[in-house]
Design a protein around this ligand. Structure first.
Ligand code: SAH
Length: 561
């Protein structure tokens, strides 16, 4: 009679997470071979099987025993926690068989039964941290040279993989995890979310949510899996989440989507895709190709151009490439049409924000006629709270539309998650001292892509009648100087004005200071993180400290008491 080896992954440790096939396999086997702790974990599933228990370091003798017994005709289950093919027994059993000249289909038959590996069970407890490209690295250097492990950590870190560290630490192996942290910190922000999950779905389950710089201050052991986020992973309450990128193409808080299903796969709507011919963007010999938006202020941060002329370290490569991608990603499909890099060959809906100017609030009739003509029968014009009209029109030639609008004396800007500068009308131009500053700030910053819409409000006098202090960033021009407000919460039932962080800033210093604040936000904000949340999280921007707001007290006002 032919024997059989069933190599069973029984998941993290709880009965509910063992697959039906794994249960059947355990029940149909005559012999169970496994490490003591694992046999105890599945004890309730056993009927009258013989049990061969071994210590943890005896994998080879376990595999040999299984092969010998199965060759004699027994049905043998070799059990591994998680998935038997992930640092488990599957490979070793095959290797022992191969040493004996066994061929697939020979006696004994082999079946590998998949299980839920630690990366998946631990991720589920943390939230959704491995939503994007991820890898596993075992820090055990008992069988793998440390030089190889180190190289893999470095490669995964530089390529921005989410990383699950298996076998992170044991009684004797304590330096590896510290060394790993050191390497990761060369590539990732110290505040990168890190989840430590010990004994997932077992009695002593313990989950710690921490950060890359703090992770060693917590207990990490043999039963811990360490999940390191990538550069966009964030915490939301207790949840560790890595965005998949849906927000690049979809609006997640409305039912209606700007792109219709058929449009979502078009190259012009995926400027980051290979088919959108962005490959040249990566080539250091072609620095011009890194420019994304013609006629717009270049976003800050290192560019391909910066690294093109120097020795390029892998880290510089990675950050230049990410910058490049980020810029492409943050360019909406409409502003992508403005791009010199990706002219839109086919008619698509072109969307652009239009205003008479930063201080001027009045469209003249010629401009209105021009707008109506450009919108045509199929287009539309929407008025918004940002002192802009949004023109949507079907066109093959967006650049022509932009030119017509500019020639007509209008200011045009991309829509979506960009910086919006909204100023008052300076009392119809009477209080004009602040106008040059408003114009300079608008010229430098308006339209730059950001994680989440960033509104900068500008008021030309202390009356602040246009509500600048209620915007993400508020500027009030007073007697040749500025008062600065940061972190207004612009919407919601708990909307609040920004915190007044400074008064009397010399007017000439304001545009540079504002640019530095915005750059700090652009470079460090989490995906979708609005400015007020960012300010609260980082605690300080350009020396201005965030102050927690007093808690709102809800008083039950009972009538008559
Ligand atoms: N075959 C297993 C991995 C075995 S290597 C699997 O696929 O999950 C052993 C390592 O796996 C441990 O050091 C730990 O990092 C991880 N691990 C296994 N089970 C775990 C659990 N229940 N909770 C957390 N980590 C676990």
């Amino acid at each position: 009679m032919d024997g059989k080896i069933l190599i069973v992954g029984f998941g993290p440790g709880s009965y509910e997470h063992i697959t039906v096939r794994a249960r059947e396999a355990i029940q149909e086997s005559q012999v169970i071979i496994g490490y003591n702790t694992y046999v105890d974990l599945i004890r309730d599933l056993l009927t009258n099987q013989d049990i061969v228990r071994t210590g943890m370091t005896e994998e080879v003798s376990r595999a040999q025993k299984a092969v010998v017994l199965a060759t004699e005709g027994k049905v043998v289950a070799v059990i591994s926690s998680g998935d038997a093919g992930v640092y488990g027994m599957a490979g070793l059993v095959y290797e022992v068989l191969i040493e004996r000249g066994w061929r697939d289909g020979d006696n004994p038959l082999v079946e590998v039964i998949p299980g839920i590996s630690a990366i998946h069970s631990c991720a589920a407890l943390l939230g959704a941290p491995i939503m994007h490209d991820a890898c596993t690295i075992s820090l055990s250097d008992h069988l793998t040279p440390w030089a190889v492990i180190e190289k893999r950590i470095e490669a995964a870190a530089s390529a921005d993989f989410v990383i699950a560290l298996y076998n992170p630490k044991s009684g004797r192996r304590t330096r590896q995890i510290a060394e790993t942290q050191r390497i990761l910190l060369q590539y990732r922000d110290p505040k990168t979310p890190v989840g430590l999950v010990k004994s997932a779905y077992r009695d002593r389950q313990h989950v710690v949510r921490t950060t890359l710089d703090d992770m060693l201050n917590h207990d990490i052991g043999m039963l811990t899996t360490v999940v390191i986020g990538n550069s966009s992973t964030f915490y939301y309450d207790e949840l560790m989440i890595t965005p998949r990128g849906y927000q690049r193409k979809y609006t997640l808080d409305t039912i209606e989507q700007r792109l219709r299903p058929g449009e979502r796969l078009k190259p012009e709507n995926e400027p980051w895709s290979l088919n959108a011919a962005t490959g040249e963007c990566w080539t250091p010999t072609n620095p011009q190709s890194s420019s994304v938006q013609s006629g717009m202020t270049s976003p800050t941060g290192p560019t391909i151009r910066d690294v093109a002329t120097s020795d390029i370290s892998p880290r510089e490569w990675a950050s230049a490439a990410l910058n490049c991608l980020n810029r492409a990603e943050k360019t909406s499909h409409v502003s992508a049409a403005l791009s010199t890099r990706m002219p839109s060959p086919r008619p698509s809906i072109f969307e652009i924000a239009v205003s008479p100017g930063v201080a001027n609030k009045k469209f003249n009739s010629v401009q209105l006629v021009l707008l109506a003509n450009l919108a045509g029968d199929e287009g539309e014009i929407e008025y918004t709270t940002a002192h802009q009209l949004i023109l949507r029109t079907v066109t093959e030639d967006p650049e022509h539309i932009v030119k017509c609008l500019r020639d007509g004396g209008m200011t045009v800007l991309p829509v979506g998650d960009v910086i919006k500068v909204k100023a008052c009308d300076f009392c119809d131009g009477e209080k004009h001292e602040g106008i040059p500053f408003a114009e300079e700030i608008s010229r430098r910053l308006a339209g730059i892509p950001v994680e989440k819409e960033l509104r900068i409000g500008f008021n030309g006098c202390a009356m602040s009648c246009y509500g600048a202090v209620n915007e993400d960033i508020g500027l009030v021009f007073r007697k040749g100087k500025f008062d600065l407000f940061l972190g207004g919460k612009t919407t919601g039932r708990n909307a609040t004005p920004g915190q007044r962080v400074a008064e009397g800033i010399p007017a000439e210093a304001m545009p540079d200071l504002l640019e530095r604040i915005v750059t700090h936000y652009r470079e460090n904000a989490f995906p979708d993180e609005r400015f007020h949340k960012f300010f609260a999280r980082v605690g300080q921007i350009e020396g201005f400290n965030h102050r927690d707001r007093p808690q709102t007290v809800t008083a039950d006002a009972v009538c008559g008491s």
